[in-house]
Design a protein around this ligand. Structure first.
Ligand code: NAD
Length: 417
């Protein structure tokens, strides 16, 4: 078996971590049991480019149980858990090409290694795998049954590819499933972003002025949790409807230029570039902390910060770099501007990934049931209903059912007031 990981000897710790996460992934476990018996993915070659964490390991185990011949590579150089990669290879027999902290060249080499496996199903978190596939192996695209996309930014990139008629394979926008973004982005990114910031800085959030750029699914999750910890939260937006929602949810809303002047901590989570740029850095208070939990490392204009800095100290503490501007003000950049919840914490908690990855597993199975033309597809409603019903059941929550009378009322136009 070919693979490229940090150290196979780390496998016992990785196995414990994977099993611990599995305790909180009952829906995926249920699917794994069925996959083991039915083998719906029998022999299909797969390549998945995801954050290589304990939760992803449980998805990989599930796909393998379903009969997939799977290889994994990382979708982010800093989120790879090296003990998990070791256990995936040694204990679960799944080839992995990922090393925590790998440079750009190795990151792309690993994507190429995964594609050399000649997958017929692919899975992405940010669309890097599909993008390399189209650029360097275009002839292989027609052999792909489908690809699954896990995150908002990936779906945006793929939609742009489709619009310009470049997309040569069908993609399921797993991110857009309610069982994914309503929970994973809001509660998963919400909690783990706060967790990452606290682990990196050990600051008290109560009483701080915290600005969140972007009031999408992730942003509102972070904002709610910051508020719950006692921070005074400011939202910046470019979408009037989202800005209005933020205002009515009780947050202050203002342009970034204004927010930058007063904030103690600024978190970008907008899926857009240069949300924090030169003019904002110049306006910030001494000692401000800035972090990104949105898209790769592009939401904070780090080259501009480097240009402006009269001096800098890397790793003033783990995951904190200090940049001192000519006016003497210090700006602390957390996690080098990469996703702080993955760099400084452990990414999304398993319970929420249970739903996202159950969706991934069931869509993988579904993608083999018929031929799909190139394009972007939604996750079928039956899959979403199945997952939410099962998740509720595993949480011990029961709900009411419509009575026949209520059903009739809701489906009739004749019955009025
Ligand atoms: N850290 C993680 O683990 C994690 C998890 C899921 C998603 N993400 C990433 O987080 C980002 C946001 O995801 P989402 O699901 O919340 O997306 P979303 O589309 O629901 O929300 C993004 C929001 O940002 C706003 N925005 C865009 N440009 C802006 C600007 N210049 N200033 C202020 N606001 C701006 C948009 O109007 C929108 O409301 C994406 O890049 C996504 O890939 C990260």
């Amino acid at each position: 078996m070919e693979y490229d990981i940090k150290d196979i000897a780390l496998s016992p710790a990785g196995e414990k971590r994977i099993e611990w996460a599995d305790n909180d992934m009952p829906v995926l476990k249920e699917i794994r049991k069925r996959f083991e018996k039915k083998k719906p993915l029998n022999g299909k070659k797969m390549a998945a480019c995801l954050h290589i964490t304990a939760e992803t390991a449980n998805l990989a185990r599930t796909l393998k149980a379903g009969g997939a011949d799977l290889v994994l590579c990382a979708s982010n150089p800093l989120s790879t858990q090296d003990d998990v990669t070791a256990a995936l290879v040694k204990v679960y027999g799944i080839p992995v090409f990922a090393v925590h902290g790998e440079d750009n060249r190795l990151y792309y080499n690993h994507i190429h290694s995964a594609l050399k496996h000649e997958p017929v199903i692919t899975m992405d978190d940010g669309a890097d795998l599909v993008s390399v596939l189209h650029k360097d192996y275009p002839f292989h695209c027609e052999k792909i049954y489908a690809s699954m996309e896990e995150t908002t930014t990936g779906v945006i990139r793929l939609k742009a590819m489709h619009k310009s008629k470049a997309l040569k394979l069908p993609v399921f926008a797993v991110n857009n499933a309610a069982t994914k973004h309503l929970f994973d982005n809001r509660y998963g990114t919400g909690q783990s972003t706060v967790d990452g910031i606290i682990r990196a800085t050990d600051i008290l959030l109560a009483g701080k002025i915290v600005t969140i750029a972007g009031y999408g699914w992730c942003g509102r999750g972070v904002a709610q949790r910051m508020k719950g910890m006692g921070a005074n939260v400011i939202i910046t937006e470019i979408n009037p409807l989202k800005a209005l929602e933020a205002a009515m949810d009780g947050f202050l809303v203002m342009p970034m230029m204004q927010a930058a002047r007063q904030s103690d901590l600024i978190v970008t989570i907008a899926g857009n570039i240069n949300i924090l740029a030169e003019e904002h850095f110049k306006a910030m208070k001494d000692g401000v902390m800035i972090a990104n939990s949105g898209h790769f490392n592009v939401e904070i204009d780090i080259p501009a910060l480097e240009r402006l800095a009269a001096s800098s100290i890397m790793d003033i503490r783990n995951n904190v770099d200090e940049y001192k501007l000519a006016n003497g003000n210090r700006i602390f950049l957390l996690g080098k501007g990469r996703l702080i919840n993955l760099v400084a914490a452990e990414g999304h908690p398993a319970s929420v990934m249970d739903m996202s990855f159950a969706t991934q597993a069931l869509v993988t199975e579904f993608s083999l049931k018929q031929k799909f033309e190139p394009g972007i597809y939604d996750v079928p409603k039956e899959i979403e209903d199945y997952i939410s019903t099962l998740k509720l059941k595993t949480m011990g929550i029961e709900i009411d059912e419509l009575t026949d009378e209520q059903n009739k009322y809701l489906n009739s136009w004749e019955l009025g007031t």
